[in-house]
Design a protein around this ligand. Structure first.
Ligand SMILES: Cc1cc2nc3c(=O)[nH]c(=O)nc-3n(C[C@H](O)[C@H](O)[C@H](O)COP(=O)(O)O)c2cc1C
Length: 189
């Protein structure tokens, strides 16, 4: 079983990356295969609402960026974790561009994410974490995914790259989330 972690931060080695790596470490300890993918060096354009995915099935009409490669990796994974820093109280546009298109292509096509397991992870300097977690969770549940909990909402605090490492409770919450995710995946077989 494989879990894919996608970072929506434009920073390659920022706090989102740190948290996702913490989660992947636990998942690997639980014997799961993992893959890490950062959107910082990927080109994923926003949805253009052409609705061609409703006709063409399982394809987005925009073929000139990295979307289909990432979508393929998402469909291959049994579990998906997405991480985002809070930007003005919301998830990053980098991540939302991917989720808008992946969600629409899946829902207009073969419902690829149905009963996959996954969760958002969110980091911020100070505020907007719960709103952003809820924003991202809306995507998971409308796609029919199963979202495990943790010992707190899976959020953590930090401003500059690496600062999140000082948020002991945040790190523990992410580790517990990953542990629950591994448990759930194994139960579901
Ligand atoms: C454009 C922008 C908007 C931000 N908006 C918020 C915000 O609304 N609330 C907050 O607490 N932090 C905000 N931050 C801080 C980031 O969420 C924080 O630095 C986070 O750790 C960055 O994660 P990263 O290192 O993975 O990119 C913002 C940062 C940027 C660059």
């Amino acid at each position: 079983m494989k879990v894919l972690a996608i970072s929506g931060s434009p920073r390659p080695k920022g706090n989102t990356c740190h948290l996702l790596q913490e989660a992947l470490k636990v998942l690997e300890q639980q014997g799961l295969e993992t893959e890490y993918l950062s959107l910082h060096d990927k080109n994923v354009k926003p949805c253009i609402a052409c609705m061609k995915c409703a006709k063409d099935k399982n394809r987005c009409s925009q073929e000139d960026d990295d979307f289909h490669t990432i979508f393929e990796a998402m469909t291959q994974a049994d579990g998906i974790i997405v991480g985002s820093p809070v930007y003005f109280g919301s998830a990053t546009p980098n991540l939302m561009a991917l989720l808008d298109r992946a969600g629409f292509v899946a829902r207009m096509g073969d419902n690829h994410f149905h009963r996959k397991v996954g969760s958002p992870i969110v980091v911020a300097r100070r505020a907007g974490v719960n709103f952003t977690y809820a924003q991202l969770q809306l995507w998971f549940v409308i796609c029919g995914m199963i979202v495990p909990g943790s010992t707190y909402w899976p959020i953590a605090y930090g401003l500059n790259p690496g600062e999140v490492a000082q948020d002991a409770e945040g790190l523990k919450t992410i580790a517990n989330l990953a542990d629950n995710l591994a448990w759930l995946l194994k139960k579901l077989g």
